[in-house]
Design a protein. Structure first.
Length: 257
């Protein structure tokens, strides 16, 4: 047997390479590094006392318990999401992360958590004047979005003539709408519906007719099929037995209240 053939057989038996999976490291060290922005209710929110809460925070704890491992929370921002994810060696990123082709060039994603899309959130009194893309796509209309996120990309693509205001504090955007410091926010259906419960003067526009199709998932490191299979199976079980839906309903109700 030639050296080349022997190497090929060993490579095949080992599953395609010599590199240790991230799963092995997590099991050995007992630490799961979870990256999150902490500014996207009801998925992930950093409280004043320094603790995280939300749907994806509870799910991350479930993933850690299944290993078992303790969580090391790693704060990141939407603007530097991809850079931070790699530089800080995240095992997983949670908190309402949208699946985009640009992100998928540099990372992997879990099974899809939800299918939704981007819609406008406006002051209810302004609905007649801001009912369509054509009405919003005007220089006089101030559209606010978190810097560097998928919302900004949608505004630049579909509303290029509007005045874009970039915010580095996603949680403060909604009060700026209420205070008339901005006119429109383009965001996910889930967030728009959730925030209109918290701010009665805000209205989600046409939630059943999104401007752009979208999906939510957990972001994973690229080129680690063993770790991805583990996360996918863990998530599949939560979706199959209804526990993910129950957890999501619980957090939406609690946070809105």
């Amino acid at each position: 047997m030639t050296h080349a053939l022997r190497f090929f057989l060993l490579l095949s038996i080992s599953g395609g390479g010599w590199a240790q999976s991230r799963l092995d490291r997590i099991l050995q060290q007992g630490v799961l590094k979870v990256c999150t922005t902490g500014d996207y209710r009801p998925y992930s929110f950093l409280r004043a006392d320094g603790r995280y809460e939300g749907i994806d925070i509870a799910m991350a704890q479930s993933l850690a318990d299944s290993l078992p491992a303790r969580i090391q929370w790693v704060p990141i921002t939407w603007k530097s999401l991809m850079k931070d994810f790699s530089a800080r060696d995240c095992d997983i990123a949670v908190g309402g992360v949208s699946v985009t082709q640009d992100r998928q060039k540099r990372a992997s994603f879990s099974l899809v958590l939800s299918v939704e899309g981007k819609i406008p959130l406006v002051r209810c009194v302004d609905r007649p004047q801001l009912h369509s893309i054509e009405q919003m796509n005007q220089s006089a209309v101030r559209i606010i979005a978190p810097a560097g996120g998928s919302n900004e990309a949608v505004v630049r693509k579909h509303l290029p003539r509007a005045t874009l205001m970039l915010s580095h504090d996603n949680a403060a955007i909604f009060q700026q709408l209420v205070d008339q410091k901005a006119d429109v926010m383009i965001t996910d259906v889930e967030e728009a519906l959730f925030q209109q419960q918290r701010y009665p003067s805000l209205c989600a526009m046409q939630p059943h007719v999104p401007i752009q199709y979208g999906e939510k998932a957990y972001m994973l490191p690229r080129d680690d099929s063993v770790w991805k299979r583990y996360v996918d199976q863990w998530l599949h079980l939560h979706q199959a037995d209804g526990s993910y839906r129950a957890l999501a309903r619980q957090w939406r109700a609690a946070t809105a209240g």
